[in-house]
Ligand binder design. Structure first.
Ligand code: HEM
Length: 411
């Protein structure tokens, strides 16, 4: 007789579990390759190897109808988006985004993004104390809004809507209920704002309309595709960059290492994503009866992939999986960006922004330290900080590029 399937009563979306999910993740990894979550009616997949297997097998585990935990969100919010599309439909939508987000296209932004990072780091750190989350938010807001081609006045609707969109990927709990109207408002806003007359020439949104005009997309597909930019590109990068700054401020030896070798900036960002994935989990449908390890999963069920747990899996990362180490070999192979056909399309842009901020800060600040208790973001799917007070000790010599506009570098 096969062993009974492992089950768990844990509520992964309870406030206390969200505050520190790692003991629950460790218990799930110990319980089996897939564990039935009785409260959510879904299979948790907590291990690195198994999550990777699922992500790379979209025929068995399609995204359509399975990315969010509720049928309503899969049908109303996600239908028609690149995230929830499969096969040819997915390839067609992704092609439009790829042209804008490809490494070659993003490299052309390097000078402008670097100058923005220098300016913002100088402005935020000039008094010594600063909020890492505020710095990250302003960096990403300025970069992404101008690329999207939307007016600055759209910022509150878009940021509020993006966080709410991630909340509604979770189960129908109170947080989901509060977020649903905000997530819907963002889609309504996009429907009225993302028009040919409103968007800037040459922007991401403009490229979507060009694809419609060229017959690559239907008119009705334009706004769902635009929502991939607005929901996916902001909070993820803001939370990832804020976490990196927090980890570096908590670990003086890692900060010294980055200062001595600024080319480690991207590795420092990857390592923070491995340790604290901004997107903790997403789902997939099960299209045909299958098995993960010795656990049988029936067609029609759903799996919940715990990206946040995979980064702590000792079978992959060894006994020091819980440590932050910017020199860790292979840290970039974490699953915080997903894997397989839905691998994050925005990796080059996220790395460019994070690398620019970390290098600008490393050039200015010999020492970085925490300066108070941070405030956690509480969201069904996102993990990170809303506020992180830090203290930067400024260098007696500030490189000219890292000087605030209108100020002279001290001699
Ligand atoms: C630290 C920053 C980021 C993180 C942690 C992150 C995380 C992720 C994850 C986990 C997925 C996979 C979803 C799945 O498995 O179904 C994804 C997909 C995606 N991301 Fe990111 N992301 C980040 C930044 C960005 C940026 C800057 C953009 C720019 C527009 C972006 C655009 C996308 C898009 C369009 C998809 C959907 C890809 C598809 O379905 O084919 N992301 N991201």
């Amino acid at each position: 007789m096969p062993a009974p399937a492992p089950t768990s009563e844990v509520d992964l979306f309870d406030d206390q579990v969200l505050a520190d999910p790692y003991p629950a993740y460790a218990a799930l990894r110990a319980a089996g390759p897939a564990v039935r979550l009785e409260r959510h009616g879904v299979w948790a997949v907590p291990g690195y190897a198994e999550v990777r297997t699922v992500l790379q097998d979209p025929h068995t585990y399609p995204s359509g109808g399975g990315v969010a935990l509720t049928e309503l969100v899969n049908a109303e919010v996600l239908a028609g988006t690149v995230l929830a599309a499969d096969g040819d439909a997915h390839r067609r939508l992704r092609r439009v985004l790829s042209a804008q987000l490809a490494p070659r296209t993003i490299r052309r932004l390097a000078r402008a993004v670097g100058a923005r990072a220098d300016r913002l780091v100088a402005e935020h750190t000039q008094g010594g104390d600063f909020d890492a989350a505020a710095l990250a938010r302003q960096m990403v807001a300025e970069t992404v809004l101008s690329l999207m081609g939307l007016p600055e006045t759209s910022w509150p609707t878009i940021t509020g809507g993006a966080a709410a969109t991630f909340d509604v990927f979770g189960p129908a709990n109170a947080r989901y209920g509060r977020a649903l109207p905000t997530a819907r408002a963002m889609v309504d806003f996009l429907l009225t704002t993302v028009t040919r007359a409103q968007v800037t020439e040459g922007s991401w949104m403009h490229a979507i309309f060009r694809a419609v005009d060229a017959g690559q997309l239907q008119e009705a597909e334009a706004v769902p595709l635009a929502s991939a930019y607005t929901a996916a590109s902001m909070d993820t990068t803001i939370l990832g960059l804020t976490e990196t700054l927090y980890q570096l401020a908590r670990h003086a030896t890692q900060w010294d290492r980055l200062r001595r070798t600024p080319s480690l900036a991207e590795a420092a960002f990857h390592e923070a994503l491995r340790l604290e994935a901004p997107v903790q989990g997403f789902g997939r449908m099960v299209a045909r009866t299958t098995a993960l390890g010795d656990v049988r999963i029936e067609a029609g069920e759903q799996v919940w992939l715990l990206y946040g747990s995979t980064g702590r899996d000792r079978r992959t990362w060894g006994p020091r999986a819980d440590r932050y180490d910017i020199a860790r070999t292979g840290a970039h192979q974490h699953l915080a960006f997903g894997a397989g056909p839905h691998l994050c399309a925005g990796i080059p842009l996220a790395l460019l922004q994070a690398g620019a901020v970390l290098r600008a800060l490393a050039a200015r600040c010999p020492q970085l330290a925490t300066a108070g208790k941070p405030t956690r973001t509480v969201n069904n799917v996102l993990r990170g900080w809303t506020r992180v007070p830090l203290r930067a000790e400024l260098s007696w010599y500030l490189p000219p590029t890292a000087t605030a506009p209108g100020k002279k570098a001290p001699r």
